[in-house]
Design a protein. Structure first.
Length: 829
């Protein structure tokens, strides 16, 4: 047997023992009862002296002392079991044919045999359910101890003289109500005190009974074992006898018997009242527990509903989140999306499993609640029935007391009559007074009993009201349960809907997962393609890196070569500087020579200037004369002054220009550097240096040393950014000097594509801004001639020749002879 089963059996035995002995103050002798959850040691300690065991036997209607004295077998068993209560208990148990135990088991041995013995004893006496109702163990034991009344149609309940039938109360008739008649007779037989034999009067009257017989009836064992019905019958019969015989006095021994019987009845009534008092708190506690249980159930259901609601809202949220996630997944990677979808799917399945589990638990709880409520309802019905029985019992008791009073009145009436008729002796009077006192005492006691019954009635009323409250509570609970059932149905409907939604969601998720798989597959393909492309690009880049490295290598070699060349150039420059020093010395000499020559020339120029001054003086004189003439003409006309002033200014300006041209020399060489044309290498220039004073250094990479660099000297060097206008401005004074009678020749010289045509003519379809020297010169000359037309008449002729292969050709000539140099006299003119 498992320890749990042994504990359960021990608890059953202890509960039964406690319920059995509770009403009689423990073991009857003040022995403490074992605690409700007694351990083996507790039980052993409680039962060690055997007092509780014997009390239990007595409570069951079996006197162990008497039993141990009966028969040789019992005596032998008691002897074998040892002396004392334990021995007597074991002897009684053996006689009943129940399993016993060794007295040493109560000292050190296992208590399982003791428990088995106690449970067998319980089963022996509690084999029949009260009123055909089955109860749980503690309730059964409790109800046994309550000794509920039972109505029997047993013929034995009626006396032989057909008196008014008094309902038999098993609780009162027998100390342990559930005892079967067979069991009872068995116990009585074993005890040797059949109450039928003792109390049932077969013939004669009680007043005629000998004292020894009455003494035997008054023995506590006889009274204890006698059913209450028998005791009541005894009282009734004695009172009837008194009424019938109309004797004024009751025999002393009969009065004692009457008193003892009434005391026994009162004791049983008080025991019953005690039981009722005990049961009321138990019932109230049970009701409160029931209430608490119902409240707990209600809370549980509410929490379940909340969980389901939360689950439902969570599922919808999840659906929302899923849809959001699905919408937002266009921006996340496919692998991540698939992983997320799987996680969401797992979560949804977990939630679904939880929801199903919750539903199963709810259904289970509901079934348990329904079962429990049904059971509670049955228990309450039982309690109500018991309550009605108790009320009925109390009424019966009241009737009985009323009947007893009636009979006492009748006795006292008869006594009065007898006093009137007979002269009593002193002894009889004394006896009568004594009996009267006894009867008054009995009446008082009955009054007390009535008070007790009244109290019991009040308590019963209170119980009734509490039962009513409990019933209302139960009705409300029933309604709540119905409400809960309806809620459960609605929850089941919601759960089924949720399941459908989950199924739909799952299918949509699966579709989505398939789509994502397809997308992931496509993305994978794309990525693989991309990887291949990137690999190709990487290869290409590597090749380019190799090329660049090679280029870098070659560049570095070039730079090294350049560095070498630069070093060489620097060396060359140093040599050049030295050469320049030398040449500077020679130049200095040359300058000195030049200074000398220039001083001579200046002297010549001075003479020439003198000539010019003279000419200018003459010119001024002429001019003065002309001015006078003009003044005169102006006086006459008054309108030519301005033009003459202009002319004068122009003349002065031209004279200065002439002087400048004279001082600058007759031949001037200008250099114009053409900018790079589109498509030309911008870096491959040979120009190394351009000076403001007309110096130009050109590099020749093909030659080394001094030969690699050439220094040129011009009157003016015009850079690549020089405009057409700047070029013209440089030669404009020379061109204008033509109008003063000087010969001027301007020509361009250079290799093919160096910009001769551009400089002289300008680009094709050129605007005024891009005009070349020719256009600008003619334009300027015509402008001046036009401005001087009032004073000077200029004649302009144009000749266009070509020098080709050292042959000069007139491009405007008509015939062959005119075209070839020397041109005709016509052409020269
Ligand atoms: N200073 C400049 N600015 C802009 N473009 C120029 C310049 N000089 C020359 N060019 C351009 O250079 C090209 C060659 O110039 P151009 O025809 O004048 O050379 P060229 O010396 O006359 O040649 P060829 O001897 O063959 O006749 C032309 O397209 C011209 O427009």
């Amino acid at each position: 047997m498992s320890s749990a089963a042994a504990d359960r059996r021990r608890a059953e035995a202890v509960a039964w023992l406690r319920a059995l002995l509770r009403g009689c103050g423990g073991g009857g002798g003040g022995q403490p009862l074992p605690p409700p959850h007694a351990s083996e040691d507790d039980l052993r300690a409680a039962l060690a002296d055997g007092a509780l065991l014997c009390a239990a036997l007595r409570r069951l209607g079996c006197d162990p002392a008497a039993a141990s004295n009966e028969g040789t077998g019992s005596a032998a068993a008691a002897a074998a079991a040892g002396e004392g209560d334990v021995g007597r208990f074991l002897a009684a148990v053996e006689r009943m044919g129940l399993p016993g135990f060794s007295p040493s088991d109560l000292d050190t041995g296992p208590v399982s045999s003791v428990v088995t013995c106690l449970l067998a004893l319980r089963d022996q006496f509690v084999s029949h359910d009260v009123g055909g109702l089955s109860c749980s163990l503690p309730e059964k034991v409790m109800m046994q101890s309550m000794e509920f009344p039972r109505k029997e149609n047993d013929p034995g309940t009626q006396n032989s003289e057909g008196r008014r039938k008094i309902p038999k109360n098993p609780a009162m008739s027998e100390p342990s109500s559930p005892l079967s008649q067979t069991t009872l007779s068995s116990i009585s037989r074993h005890a040797g005190h059949s109450f039928h034999d003792v109390f049932q009067l077969r013939q004669g009257r009680y007043s005629d009974l000998p004292s020894s017989k009455i003494s035997e009836m008054m023995k506590s064992t006889s009274l204890d074992n006698a059913p209450t019905q028998s005791l009541l019958s005894v009282v009734n019969v004695i009172l009837d006898e008194l009424v019938e015989t109309k004797i004024g006095e009751i025999p002393y021994h009969l009065a004692c018997l009457l008193r003892k019987v009434i005391l026994e009845i009162e004791r049983r009534i008080s025991t019953q009242a005690e039981h009722i008092r005990n049961i009321i708190p138990v019932v109230i506690v049970a009701c409160m527990q029931q209430n608490n249980l119902m409240k707990a159930r209600e809370e549980k259901y509410k929490s379940r509903i909340r969980v389901l609601e939360a689950l439902a809202s969570g599922t919808s949220d999840q659906t929302h989140v899923n849809s959001n996630a699905t919408n937002g997944k266009a921006h996340v990677s496919p692998d991540h999306a698939v992983h997320q979808m799987k996680m969401e799917k797992d979560k949804t399945e977990d939630k679904k499993r939880l929801a199903e589990k919750d539903v199963v638990l709810l259904v289970k709880d509901k079934e348990e609640d329904v079962t429990r409520l049904t059971k509670d309802k049955e228990d309450m019905a039982k309690l109500l029935k018991d309550k009605e029985d108790i009320i009925r019992l109390m009424k019966e008791k009241e009737e009985m007391v009323w009947m007893m009073r009636e009979k006492e009145n009748m006795v006292s009436l008869n006594n009065g009559r007898v006093e009137d008729k007979h002269q009593l002796t002193d002894k009889d009077v004394a006896n009568s007074a004594k009996y009267r006192n006894e009867i008054i005492k009995l009446m008082k006691e009955k009054e007390d009993s009535n008070d007790t019954i009244m109290k019991l009635n009040i308590e019963l009323e209170a119980m009734k009201s509490s039962y009513e409250g409990t019933r209302i509570l139960l009705d409300s609970k029933k309604k709540e349960v119905l409400q809960l059932l309806m809620d459960k149905e609605s929850i089941e409907y919601i759960v089924s809907q949720l399941k459908q939604e989950l199924a739909i969601e799952r299918s949509s998720h699966q579709t989505h997962i398939q789509e994502l798989d397809t997308r992931a597959f496509q993305a994978n393909n794309k990525l693989e393609q991309r990887i291949k492309e990137m690999e190709l690009m990487l290869e290409d880049s590597k090749t380019r890196v190799r090329d660049l490295e090679e280029l870098l290598e070659s560049r570095s070699q070039t730079w090294e070569q350049k560095e070498i060349r630069l070093n060489q150039f620097i060396g060359l420059q140093i040599q050049n500087i030295q050469d320049l020093r030398l040449s500077s010395v020679s130049i200095r000499h040359e300058i000195l020579h030049c200074q000398k020559r220039w001083s001579e020339e200046i002297c010549d120029l001075g003479q020439s200037l003198k000539v010019l001054t003279n000419a200018a003086e003459n010119y001024h004189a002429t001019l003065e004369e002309n001015r006078k003439l003009f003044n005169e003409v102006q006086e006459l006309k008054g309108c030519k002054a301005n033009s003459i002033a202009h002319l004068y200014a122009d003349i002065l300006k031209y004279q200065l220009l002439i002087l400048y041209a004279y001082l600058s020399g007759n031949i001037r060489v200008h250099c114009r550097i053409r900018p790079f044309l589109p498509g030309e290498d911008q870096t491959s220039t040979t120009i190394e240096y351009v000076g403001d004073n007309g110096e130009l250094i050109l590099a020749n990479p093909a030659k080394r040393g001094k030969e690699g660099h050439k220094l040129f000297k011009f009157n003016k060097v015009l850079g690549p950014s020089a405009s057409q206008d700047e070029v013209f401005k440089e030669i404009q004074p020379l061109i204008r000097s033509v109008l003063d009678g000087y010969n001027v020749c301007i020509f361009a010289y250079g290799q093919t594509g160096s910009g001769k045509t551009y400089t002289m003519t300008g680009p094709e379809n050129a605007t005024e801004k891009d005009w070349g020297v020719n256009y600008r010169a003619l334009n300027d000359l015509f402008h001046i001639s036009r401005s001087r037309r009032d004073t000077v008449m200029y004649k302009v002729s144009v000749q266009m020749i070509e020098i080709y292969n050292e042959q000069i050709h007139d491009l405007l000539g008509n015939s062959g002879s005119e075209k070839k140099y020397p041109f005709g006299s016509q052409a020269l003119k």
